[in-house]
Design a protein around this ligand. Sequence first.
Ligand code: XIL
Length: 584
Amino acid sequence: MRANVREKRSPGTKHGWKGLAFGALLLLGAGCVNSSDRIELLDQDWTHLAGARMVDDGVRIEGLGRAIVPTDDDEDQTPIANPPINLRGPVLKVKGDFALSARVSRPAASKGGAYLTIYGELPLTQDEWRQEGRAVTLGLEGDSLIVELQNGIADPERYAYSLPNSAMSQGVNVSLARIGDRFSIQIDDETVALINDPGLFDSGFLWFGASARENDEYLLQSLTAHPLDKRSEVTVVDNQMPVLSAEEEESAPTGPATASLRRLAEKNHPQLYIGTAVATIPLLSDQKYARILAREFNMVTPENAMKFQFIHPRPDRYAFADADAIVDFAEANDMAIHGHTLAWKEALPRWVTEPDHSDARIRDILAEHIATVVGRYKGRIQSWDVVNEPFEPFGAELRTASPWYQVMGKDYIAFALEEAHRADPEAKLYINDYALEDPGPKSDAMYELAKSLLAQGVPLHGIGFQMHEDMTDDYWPVEASVFRDNVQRFIDLGLEVRISEMDVNLQDDDSEERLQQQAEYFRSILELALDKPAFTAFSMWGFTDRYSSLQEWWDADGFGNGLIFDAEHQPKPAYFSLQEALQE
Ligand code: XIL
């Protein structure tokens, strides 16, 4: 239901908000090593980097070609590269002047690219555009070393230097040193360039990403870091899963109620999960985000990490690391997981949509995808949005744009549900869509669809009502009482129902009055869900405006305003109204 956006960022927008979050980062589960010597970073954990394999002589990096493919039909659909980042591995803390050196070798036949990206500020993936952070990429392309500086605002600055002939056969050492306000680039100990540093590592924390061109691979033989003088420091931290301490659990914002949302729900309304969508990068890099998440919610939905183009970038390759991180985090913090999503017309990688697949191949792709993804998390993910947004935005027609519909017609829905059921017979299977809460043609069509699937014995267990709402002078969301009457017929079919992606977009007016109205509206929907035992979850599409999908691509400095914590992670009136509703 979001505007699907082609461009990453409008030229000239100011940058800087992410610095705060990552500046406030606390390195979790830290085992600190202070050293004035070289630190070998490959001794750390590289098992959670998608496409990477730890081998005897280093880390083998395989190109997954992972990209974000925008989905609007009438605009440029150039995929935006979305290479994996080692979020659950070494993070360097740096002060002063330091050097990083990589030894890299490529198979003799390789002409493609071998890349190592060092992030001072991580990117975010949002509304089909990737919001770049600050980073330096070192790449081997053919017989050149490529250096790319990304400052998060402008197009990257790109430089190229010749590699010695031996680089192809024997490998090569490439180093990047930060000396004052310049980067020095070395190839096999020879300085080839000095480049001005626009402060790319000012955060003091460095994260690593490695990738190769699709279908290519390379060997990272070593990756070391060391300070360049006595005043400088380089420390490595192993960034692993945050788990909430008992003390932190007690520290819910004090409002009318004293306990967190999840604790109140667990005590007073154990039938209803309190959930939120979760994004992997903030989960692993913004400690405050991770803390609020574990404290307030007992269910998570991966916002993007399980979507096809993120988790299955190549026909024969999956990239599970980001999804695994969310699943592991949820389990470590005793939260349930709602999977999202398997058969959708969006977020499909090029390899699915582009070539002329036979009908049989399309069926196989969907079946294999569902079997693999659902199978991997069997017994760990309790419910799935098997089919997402099957209907046109505001009509009764099924969307026809997906390869699934093109080949199978409306039968793709039953097909996907059957496959998911086969892969995990215990999982509860949902169809999820927006604009269903209002009575009308779309809601009627969903009702008829559900009824006919059930009559055919298809394993359908529930309907997700997304509830992406707008609250403005021109548009007011549907009254809870109207929704109440409308939802009853779905419940009467014997289905579970859930609020799956709620946000209340105030757009330009987030005055005190509107924030109160927003709070009242959230409360009215939660109360409705509490009232009917068929509701299994009240779940929002994120919890903090800082990382909300309501942030507009043309306003990269701005934030959304549709969630219950503000951009500084402070509770809004809506938070307290939910607390109150759960208390009663
Ligand atoms: C959105 C995410 O929030 C964005 O980050 C992403 O770029 C695009 O998708 N309905 C859905 C979700 O079912 O998957 C969508 O999520 C929001 C609308």
